[in-house]
Design a protein around this ligand. Structure first.
Ligand SMILES: [Mg+2]
Length: 419
């Protein structure tokens, strides 16, 4: 890849490919006229839950590999701007298995991409599964594994020391098992192994990779649901909306994530503070939303424009991603009464100490207030939090990760006492 291509990929984030082409026969009449991933869960199609979850992890480019009733994917493509992603849909001309579907989209794929089943949700850190340190030289992929109480519906997986050693066919035997979670980081070289079509990636390619020691695996313990059978599809109706509801941690940017040098707006001006990226990852994995709320009066003062702010945040998201961390959403306030640019010279309800940015995030995401808090480096940050009805803390000098761990423990304890 050229330097420009690498840069483009960092800014646009990693790529996710979703398999949405299956017939969904086990759901009977429900999928007569609707592809399984488009069945409604809560008040939106299941697929939108998946895409929203990818978007908050920093995935901006989504490819749908469609087949059965593939034209209907247009309804989700139309919502791409709202979901904060770009969606490309590839409809395979005839069913050729998961391997065939991938092959058909080959020209669109990154060298390394995330592949997911469009009919299941596994709550996991997509970015940490990709961690460079865990890929060995010859590896062609890494698979998310999940322990389940009853593995009879699934093929099972044997693994040891972060390596997958064997895939077994569906046994039909009830009882606990480790299964393929249906989420993979794959190297594009996998496509060279696909021979005659149709070809099932799960049944023909992954077992060969496992046998030849070229497949990593990581056990994930988060919430898992597969909507492929009527009982679980029904269960998803209440469980998935409940899974989305969680507390949030609001972080100021300059002086909390990075050194406040005054009007930082370029990557070379970002010096991450000790423990900052680790703190974000810790919060991600503890199941919090992590939001940034930052005053950017530099826009009003004409030092840089809003596009520059967006580009910097995309770059920061890419850097966080290398450490398996992500910011779920960002708010910045470009306005200031001291601005020199007319359009931005005003008192604005988003500018801290006003709570506008926090209130907007509370409205945009299913945040549970109990257990939520803010960390900033100025009194105005804390005042904004209090005005929004959540506790605010000033960052301590040493290490953000230590402070965040202590605050999480403190607020967990409080909510447990409250229960
Ligand atoms: Mg600050």
């Amino acid at each position: 890849m050229s330097k420009a291509q690498v840069q483009a990929q960092i800014v646009s984030g990693p790529q996710a490919v979703i398999l949405v082409g299956g017939r969904g026969t086990r759901l009977g009449r429900l999928t007569d006229n609707t592809p399984k991933p488009l069945l409604p869960v809560g008040d939106v199609p299941f697929l939108e839950h998946l895409i929203a979850n990818l978007a908050r992890h920093g995935f901006r480019r989504i490819i749908l590999l469609a087949g059965y009733l593939g034209d209907q994917m247009q309804s989700v493509i139309d919502k791409a701007p709202e979901l904060g992603v770009e969606i490309t849909c590839v409809i395979e001309p005839e069913p050729a298995g998961t391997g065939g579907a991938l092959l058909y989209a080959r020209s669109l794929l990154d060298r390394r991409f995330l592949l997911l089943n469009g009919d299941s949700l596994l709550d996991m850190n997509y970015l940490s599964l990709r961690a460079d340190a865990d890929w060995r030289e010859a590896d062609m992929g890494r698979v998310a594994l999940r322990a389940v109480a009853d593995g009879s519906r699934y093929g099972t997986v044997e693994h040891t020391d972060g390596r997958i050693t064997h895939f077994a066919e569906k046994s039909g035997r009830p009882g606990p098992a480790v299964i393929n979670g249906g989420i993979y980081w794959l190297d594009i070289g996998v496509l060279d192994m696909i021979g005659a079509l149709p070809c099932s990636l799960e049944q023909e390619i992954l077992p060969v990779l496992a046998r030849t020691g070229r497949l990593g695996g990581e056990l994930c313990e988060g919430y898992f649901i597969d909507i492929g059978v009527p009982d679980d599809f029904q269960r998803a109706q209440t469980e998935i909306p409940a899974w989305w509801r969680r507390p949030a941690v609001f972080l100021d940017r300059d002086g909390v994530l990075n050194t406040d040098i005054g009007y930082a707006h370029r990557p070379d001006q970002i010096e991450w503070l000790p423990g900052a990226r680790q703190a974000v990852r810790y919060l991600n994995e503890q199941g919090y939303f992590v939001f940034v709320v930052t005053n950017q009066a530099g826009v009003a003062r004409g030092f840089y424009d809003e596009a520059t702010v967006h580009a910097l945040h995309a770059w920061m998201q890419g850097e966080l991603g290398r450490d398996g961390a992500h910011i779920d959403d960002w708010r910045y306030c470009p306005y200031s009464p001291e601005g020199s640019i007319d359009a931005y010279r005003q008192v604005h309800h988003w500018r801290k100490p006003a709570p506008g940015m926090i209130l907007d995030l509370l409205e945009s995401w299913p945040v549970v207030r109990e257990g939520s808090f803010l960390i900033g480096d100025r009194d105005g940050d804390v005042q904004a939090a209090l005005a929004a009805g959540i506790p605010g803390y000033i960052i301590e000098a040493n290490n953000l990760q230590d402070q965040v761990r202590a605050l999480v423990a403190k607020h967990k304890l409080k909510s447990e006492i409250a229960v």
